[in-house]
Design a protein around this ligand. Structure first.
Ligand SMILES: Cc1cc2nc3c(=O)[nH]c(=O)nc-3n(C[C@H](O)[C@H](O)[C@H](O)COP(=O)(O)O)c2cc1C
Length: 190
C-alpha cells in the first residue's frame, strides 16, 4: 500500500469513461488511495455511453469512497491536503477552457484550483474533438502553467476528426509519478 493519495476527477467526455475507469481501477489495484471527483455533468448525465448512476456506483465501488460532486465538497481538497496530486481524466475542452481562464464554477475546476493553491501538482488527460481548433489556445496556456502536467496524447482519428486529440490513458500512472517528481512525462505528443 502506497502512502500517496491521488484525486481522480472525471469530466463529461462520456465516450472515454471506460478507459478512465479502467485506469482508476489500476491505480487502486496498484495500492494507491484514490479520492473520486466528478463534474456535475459527468455525475448526472445519462448518454448513449451509459447511465450516470451506473458509472457513479462503479467508481464509488472501486475507490470505496463517496464521489465529491459539488464545489462545496471540493473546496477543502487543497487546504486539508486531501490529495498529493489531482488527476483530471478525462479532461474536456470545456474544463480546460475554464482552467486556462481562471473560471471556477464546477466541481472539477474547484478541485483543481484547490489543489494548485497549496502548490500541489495537477495532471490533465485531455479528450476533446476541438483540441487542435478552439481548445488549442487553452492547451497552450495550460502547458505554460506551473504545476500543471499532461498525460501524453495523440490525434485519435486524423482523417475523420482532424482536430481531435485524446490522451493515452494507459500512461496516467507513469505521468502521475513523473508529475509528483516535478517532471512532465515525455514525449508529450505521441
Ligand atoms: C455523449 C457526449 C459525449 C461527449 N464527449 C465529449 C468529449 O469527448 N470531450 C469533450 O470535451 N466534451 C464532450 N462532450 C461535451 C461535454 O460533456 C460538455 O462540454 C460538458 O459541458 C462538459 O462539462 P464538464 O467539463 O464540467 O464535465 C460530450 C457530450 C456528450 C453528450
Amino acid at each position: 500500500m502506497s502512502n500517496i493519495t491521488f484525486g481522480y476527477a472525471v469530466c463529461g467526455s462520456f465516450c472515454t469513461f471506460d478507459k478512465a475507469i479502467e485506469q482508476l481501477r489500476n491505480l487502486v489495484e496498484a495500492g494507491y488511495s484514490v479520492l473520486p471527483i466528478m463534474s456535475q455533468n459527468a455525475y448526472s448525465t445519462d448518454t448513449r455511453f451509459g447511465r450516470a448512476d451506473d458509472f457513479v456506483w462503479e467508481i464509488e465501488d472501486i475507490c470505496n469512497k463517496k464521489i465529491i460532486k459539488s464545489i462545496v465538497e471540493a473546496e477543502p481538497i487543497g487546504p486539508k491536503k486531501m490529495v498529493d496530486l489531482m488527476i483530471v481524466a478525462p479532461c474536456t475542452g470545456n474544463t480546460m477552457a475554464k482552467l486556462a481562464n481562471g473560471i471556477t464554477d464546477t466541481t472539477v475546476t474547484m478541485a483543481v484550483k484547490s489543489t494548485l493553491r497549496t502548490g500541489r501538482p495537477v495532471l490533465l488527460a485531455p479528450a476533446t474533438n476541438d483540441a487542435l481548433s478552439a481548445s488549442a489556445q487553452n492547451i497552450g496556456k495550460l502547458l505554460n502553467n506551473k504545476n500543471i502536467y499532461f498525460v501524453p496524447m495523440k490525434q485519435d482519428d486524423p482523417a475523420k476528426k482532424p482536430a481531435s486529440v485524446v490522451a493515452d490513458f494507459s500512461l496516467i500512472l507513469p505521468a502521475a509519478l513523473a508529475a509528483l517528481d516535478g517532471k512532465q512525462l515525455q514525449p508529450i505528443l505521441l
